[in-house]
Ligand binder design. Structure first.
Ligand code: ATP
Ligand code: MN
Length: 463
């Protein structure tokens, strides 16, 4: 709410600037005159009344223009005004059960702030995904994308608030890096003044350096993966929320993830219920999430999969097909732990009781969504780490600084990385990861390269 109650101005008579969310929250007294500004996103007319569906970033509101109030000329003008034009409307608010959102604005006065061209390319009819990717800069105005962007924002807010309340320090590390973290095959090379650098795949190795300075810490940053597999859940640029925790073993890590994810789910069920419902997700699905999440060892997962007839040998990583099968058996997130060494990156700590498996854990989202978090204990012993780097055919010289961390005050530590779009995809019940982010970077045909790369191309033209 923006206005002050009980001031000595005569504001009662004047229309007060309000956002649509102010109106929809019921905080504007019935009959109160307000002024809103926004885009005309839809319109219909019936017998001397024009219904304008207005959008201002905070919500969507039905505004009603009546011929007997505004007169013929003005009503005709509103009837013809192109969709996406911008209006300032003054009127009084009233509760109306038939109106979407339960409130309606009766328009007394209006001012046109911007007249849109009459050929807005997105109509109410069905458009294919390629067309909507090409018109992404406009499609983000749709109710669906708006809901997703709002949920995404609330998700990140909930994540940050949990981390802040639990004493985690937010830090940043370079995006341009010299060495691989998750394996060379998915690296994006960049020419760095005649030498080769790479776009980061993960903040993790830096995170391990940070813990000896600031302790428990996290970052929220883009990670880049030149994924050749064109699945519905891989972007080439995605937002990665990574956490690193000193003095923490696998058991402690699972507990942190339990509580962290539960907090986010509960916050969304509470604070984004309307948006979730619009997207087809029942907020109760998220309210139901409670720690501890079910834990499944990799061995058990393989047995389950083989029993279902899925082709998998012990030692292989779980493909999406595998995860989908496993994730269909659960209706809450669950862990798969103790992956074999062969399925994980070099820094994962071998289980001292069974060195062929690692103290690792992935968190899988239910309903077939699959992995949203990857994490585990890191190797803290210098010799073990050096041996694993060599075993993977990596050059220890590239990891000199990382090895240093095992020389000077090395301790048991664990961490995890959450794929923000993977989590958004699950909570919003999306069928493709491209809609979990405003401007997705995908492995795509060249024909749509220029449009899916729109903001970047623009930056190049300007410079
Ligand atoms: P996957 O097997 O699904 O490709 P990964 O094992 O490569 O994932 P990690 O290296 O553990 O993933 O990265 C941590 C998290 O980052 C994953 O759990 C996932 O949520 C997210 N992630 C990884 N790759 C991508 C991608 N290409 N697009 C979007 N999110 C990703
Ligand atoms: Mn991957």
């Amino acid at each position: 709410m923006r206005w002050k109650v009980g001031t000595l101005t005569r504001s009662e008579d004047r229309a007060l600037p309000a956002s649509i969310s102010d109106v929809l929250s019921g905080s504007v007294p019935e009959g109160r005159k307000v002024r809103i500004r926004g885009w005309l996103s839809n319109r219909r007319s019936s017998g001397g009344v024009v219904f304008l569906i207005m959008r201002d970033g905070t919500g969507w509101l039905q505004c009603v223009a009546r011929r007997d109030v505004l007169g013929d000329k003005k009503l005709d003008e509103l009837e013809k005004l192109p969709i996406e034009s911008v209006l300032e409307l003054e009127g009084s608010v009233r509760a109306d059960k038939r109106a979407p959102g339960g409130y309606e604005l009766s328009i007394d006065r209006y001012r046109i702030l911007s007249v849109a061209w009459p050929d807005y390319p997105i109509a109410k009819k069905y458009h294919g995904p390629d067309f909507l990717l090409e018109k992404r800069h406009l499609w983000i105005r749709s109710k669906k994308m708006w809901c997703i962007l709002i949920v995404r924002s609330k998700l990140l807010k909930a994540a940050r608030s949990w981390l802040d309340e639990h004493g985690y320090v937010e830090v940043q590390a370079p995006i341009l890096t010299a060495s691989a973290c998750e394996g060379g095959a998915t690296l994006f090379p960049v020419d760095y003044f005649g030498r080769k650098a790479y776009l980061t795949q993960s903040w993790q190795l830096y995170g391990e350096a940070f813990i000896a300075s600031v302790g428990k810490c996290y970052t929220l940053a883009p990670s880049f993966r030149a994924e050749k597999s064109r699945t519905r859940r891989h972007l080439t640029e995605y937002w990665h929320l990574e956490v690193e925790i000193p003095f923490c073993d696998l058991k402690c890590l699972l507990k942190v993830i339990d509580e962290f994810i539960t907090h986010i789910c509960h916050e969304l069920a509470d604070k984004a219920a309307e948006e979730l419902r619009t997207l087809g997700r029942d907020p109760a699905d998220l309210a139901r999430v409670e720690p501890p999440f079910p834990r499944l060892k990799y061995d058990e997962a393989v047995e389950m999969l083989q029993a279902e007839g899925v082709q998998i040998e012990w030692g292989e990583d779980l493909t999406w097909t595998c995860e989908k099968v496993l994730a269909s058996e659960f209706d809450v997130p669950f862990f798969v732990t103790h992956f074999p060494k062969t399925a994980k990156a070099f820094y994962h700590k071998p289980d001292p009781e069974r060195p062929e498996v690692t103290l690792s854990a992935d968190l899988l989202a239910p309903e077939g969504y699959g992995e949203i978090i990857g994490g585990g204990e890191r190797i803290d012993d210098y010799e073990t780490l050096l041996a694993r780097i060599r075993e993977e055919g990596l050059d220890p010289a590239d990891y000199e600084w990382y090895l240093d961390l095992r020389k000077y005050g090395s301790i048991q530590h664990s961490g995890f990385g959450l794929g923000v779009e993977r989590m958004v995809m699950w909570v919003c019940k999306l069928d493709h990861i491209r809609d979990a982010i405003a401007f997705p970077r995908l492995v795509r045909r060249r024909s749509s390269w220029s449009t899916t790369m729109m903001p970047m191309a623009y930056a190049l033209v300007r410079s």
